[in-house]
Design a protein around this ligand. Structure first.
Ligand SMILES: Nc1ncnc2c1ncn2[C@@H]1O[C@H](COP(=O)(O)OP(=O)(O)OP(=O)(O)O)[C@@H](O)[C@H]1O
Ligand SMILES: [Mg+2]
Length: 273
C-alpha cells in the first residue's frame, strides 16, 4: 500500500486555489524561477488584505502556500506575494495613457475601439493590457539585471510579484526617507545605476519619482513600470527620460544632495545611442 500523498486541505473563505497551474507559460515570470516561487498544483492563495490603494491599481498582499497533508500539518512551502490589481471601473485616468501608448499597437482593432469608447469591455481590456504591460516590463528589466520586483505571473488584471518588505510590512518609499545626505548618496548612486540599466536596454521608466522607488535594507527597488516606454521608438521617449532625470535630481537636491539633472540626462542619453 502506498501512503496517501495528496493534501486534503481545500481553500476556505478568503482563499482560492493557486492560479499558477492554470495560466500559460507566457504569463509566468522569467526562468529559472526563483526557488521561493510556489509552483505546486495543490497550492492555495490566501488574501491578507490591502497594502495601498492607488490611482490605477490597488496593491494587495497574498500568501501562496503548498499545504501539508492535513490542515493540522504545517505548509510545505509558503511565500508572501504582492498582488497589483488594476481597476476596471470609474476613477481610472485613461487620458494619461495616450502619451505612453504612441508607437505601441494593440493587435485587435475591436479592442482599440472599445478602449477608446470606454465601454465596460473596453475598460476591463485596458486594465488587463496595463497589467500585462507591467508584467512584460518587469520581466525585461529583471532579465537585464535591474533592481525590480521579480514578476511571478500575470492573470487578467492581476499581476503577482515579489513582495518587497519585511514579513507583511512593505518597504518604505524613498519619499519617506529620513536619511541625512551622507546616507542618501549611496541610494542616489543605485538609482543612477538602475536608470543606466533601463537606458542600455532601450527603455525609459517614464514615471520615476521618490514614490516609485522602495528602499529595503539599504537597497533601492524600482516599482510601478506599466508605462515604461521604448526610448527611441516612442516620440516622447527622450522627453520622458528628461522628466525622470529632473524628478530625481530635484528631490535629491532639496535633500541637500546636489545632482545636475542635465548632466544626468546627458549621461543617460549617451547610453541610448
Ligand atoms: N512589490 C512590491 N512590494 C512592496 N510594496 C509594493 C510593491 N509594489 C507596490 N508596492 C506599494 O504599493 C504602492 C502602489 O504601487 P504602484 O506605485 O506600483 O501602483 P500605483 O497604482 O501606480 O500607485 P500610485 O498611484 O500611488 O503611484 C507603492 O507606492 C508601494 O508602496
Ligand atoms: Mg506608483
Amino acid at each position: 500500500m502506498t501512503a496517501l500523498t495528496f493534501s486534503t486541505v481545500e481553500p476556505g473563505d478568503d482563499q482560492r486555489w493557486s492560479t499558477w497551474p492554470a495560466i500559460t507559460p507566457s504569463q509566468r515570470g522569467p526562468e529559472p524561477w526563483p526557488d521561493w516561487v510556489v509552483t505546486s498544483a495543490g497550492a492555495i492563495d490566501t488574501e491578507l488584505g490591502v497594502v495601498k490603494t492607488g490611482k490605477e491599481a490597488d496593491l494587495y498582499l497574498i500568501e501562496r502556500f503548498q499545504p501539508g497533508l492535513t490542515p493540522a500539518d504545517p505548509p510545505v512551502q509558503s511565500t508572501i506575494l504582492a498582488a497589483k490589481r488594476y481597476r476596471t471601473l470609474e476613477h481610472r485616468d485613461f487620458h494619461r495613457s495616450a502619451e505612453y501608448q504612441e508607437g505601441r499597437r494593440t493587435r485587435r482593432s475591436r479592442d482599440e475601439r472599445a478602449v477608446a469608447k470606454g465601454s465596460s469591455y473596453g475598460r476591463s481590456f485596458a486594465a488587463g493590457m496595463w497589467a500585462f504591460a507591467e508584467f512584460e516590463a518587469l520581466s525585461t528589466m529583471y532579465a537585464a539585471g535591474a533592481p525590480v520586483p521579480y514578476p511571478v505571473q500575470v492573470d487578467g488584471t492581476e499581476l503577482l510579484m515579489e513582495f518587497i518588505g519585511e514579513g507583511t510590512t512593505a518597504a518604505p518609499r524613498l519619499a519617506q526617507s529620513r536619511e541625512e545626505p551622507a546616507g542618501l548618496r549611496p541610494l542616489l548612486d543605485q538609482i543612477v545605476e538602475a536608470m543606466q540599466l533601463f537606458a542600455r536596454a532601450g527603455f525609459v521608466h517614464g514615471d520615476l519619482s521618490p514614490y516609485n522607488l522602495l528602499v529595503h535594507e539599504g537597497r533601492v527597488v524600482v516599482i510601478d513600470l506599466p508605462q515604461i516606454v521604448d526610448a527611441i521608438a516612442n516620440p516622447n521617449g527622450v522627453g520622458m527620460l528628461h522628466r525622470d532625470c529632473v524628478n530625481i535630481a530635484d528631490w535629491f537636491t532639496r535633500k541637500r544632495v546636489e545632482v545636475d539633472a542635465e548632466a544626468l540626462f546627458g549621461e543617460l542619453l549617451a547610453e541610448l545611442y
